[in-house]
Design a protein around this ligand. Structure first.
Ligand SMILES: C[S@@+](CC[C@H](N)C(=O)[O-])C[C@H]1O[C@@H](n2cnc3c(N)ncnc32)[C@H](O)[C@@H]1O
Length: 401
């Protein structure tokens, strides 16, 4: 049996001091004045209320990680002026608020922000001015792996900004030796989004996220859970549940770069043969998942077959179920909108015995559960993926009645 790296509520104590919050400069961490342990109790209570019509046989104790230094990804808005940038958020008048000491970001991210700000100052590029629709620098995204390796992405308005950063590539690499991926993303449109579709790589192509048992590979636009410590606990817990179910075939729908699929594949051995199929819309994420699978030796190892397919989750499920392909167990981990009416209906009618549903939105989870009346919730557990905010991850194990 896998032991969790975190004991339930082990790190949950105290109130995190934040001078940005106290001074009214940033209110992103809405619940920062509540003790972490109370935040988690409140979230659990709300989650139980939302899922009241599907009351699980067992609510397992919430899994709680650190209350500071937990975010592996910072999405920093660039403000200020050329030669004196701020990195953080923009206030309601679109003025930059520098948050370089923000305590929820990982220490590696905090350490690199002053270097990034100094570098951008040196370029003399103008931060993008939302009101005037002028300027270049929009955002800097920084992702940190447990090893300390970093992925740095600059989001700029135009080719001019991209050229200016590309010409300073060597300087950047020298300044930030921990960066294994550096890229520039073009966002010419005046839109309230964090990135555009065009990305030019200046260094590397993927960040190796060295988790406890699996290395995942993140490309610049791939999704990854924002809290590495709690994500590891979630993957291990789901792998443990899947091992108890002991399916010989498993689908991981909305698999991203393959976290659930690879943790569950790892659980099998020569005696337990298991076929694991990960399905995800992003072709880049699927390429990354295939690299991790190859590194782990799947494909060559007898007993376990792991495949990753770029497809829409609903279309994949409908098409395979229609031809009689039915796994013993399915994991779903959709975006906030949930799996929706079509996939819920397909799973409801499928006869599949077990479904593990990991959700970042209990409201859409409840709706999807309404659409699968043949399934009963055996177990549920909250994972405190987003401390100090109202958000949470909840994982449930469903069994056909
Ligand atoms: C909450 S993330 C989960 C990713 C992954 N399970 C993990 O733990 O990192 C949701 C994923 O669903 C993918 N996605 C969104 N719409 C999809 C669709 N219609 N079909 C398949 N995947 C989709 C996104 O690209 C994203 O990687």
């Amino acid at each position: 049996m896998t032991s969790l790296p975190l004991t339930p509520t082990s790190a949950a104590h105290g109130v995190l001091d934040c001078h940005y919050f106290d001074e009214g400069l940033c209110r992103s961490c809405t619940f920062i004045e509540t003790t972490h342990i109370d935040q988690v109790s409140n979230k659990e209570a709300w989650c139980r209320e939302v899922l009241a019509d599907h009351s699980p046989d067992v609510w397992l104790p919430a899994v709680v990680g650190a209350d500071s230094d937990f975010r592996n990804r910072a999405k920093l808005a660039v403000g200020g002026s050329a030669g004196a940038v701020t990195l953080g958020i923009l206030d309601q008048d679109f003025h930059g608020v520098d948050l370089r000491e923000c305590g929820i970001q990982s220490a590696q991210i905090r350490t690199v922000i002053p270097t990034l700000a100094g570098f951008l100052d040196h370029t003399n590029l103008d931060p993008y001015d939302i009101k005037a629709r002028r300027g270049e620098l929009k955002f800097v995204h920084v992702t940190a792996a447990p090893s300390g390796d970093l992925m740095i992405r600059f989001v700029v308005r135009s080719q001019h900004g991209l050229d200016a950063l590309r010409s300073r590539r060597d300087q950047l690499i020298e300044l930030i030796p921990m960066a294994t991926v550096i890229s520039v993303n073009l966002l010419p449109e005046h839109k309230a989004v964090l990135e555009g579709s065009h990305e030019e790589l200046l260094l590397g192509d993927s960040l190796r996220m060295n988790l406890d048992r699996v290395d995942l590979h993140l490309r610049p636009q791939s999704f990854f859970q924002t809290n590495t410590e709690v994500a590891i606990a979630l993957y291990n817990q789901v792998a443990e549940w899947v091992d108890e179910i002991s399916p010989s075939s498993l689908w991981d729908l909305y698999c991203g770069v393959g976290g659930f699929a690879l943790y569950c594949a790892k659980e099998s051995d020569q005696q337990t043969s298991r076929t694991v199929t990960g399905v995800e819309l992003s072709e880049q994420a699927i390429e990354s998942a295939k690299i991790s699978a190859a590194e782990l030796g799947f494909g060559t190892q007898s007993g376990t077959t792991v495949e990753f397919i770029a497809d829409d989750a609903t279309e994949f499920a409908e098409a395979n179920l229609a031809t009689g392909e039915r796994p013993d167990c399915v994991i779903v981990n959709p975006p906030r909108r949930g799996i929706g009416a079509r996939l819920s209906a397909a799973l409801e009618e499928s006869g599949i015995d077990h479904i593990v549903y990991s959700s970042c939105n209990p409201l859409t989870l409840a709706k999807d559960l309404d659409r699968m009346p043949s399934c009963t919730v055996e177990r549920a557990q909250v994972f405190d993926m987003f401390p100090h905010t109202k958000h949470l991850e909840v994982a449930v194990v469903l069994r056909r009645r």
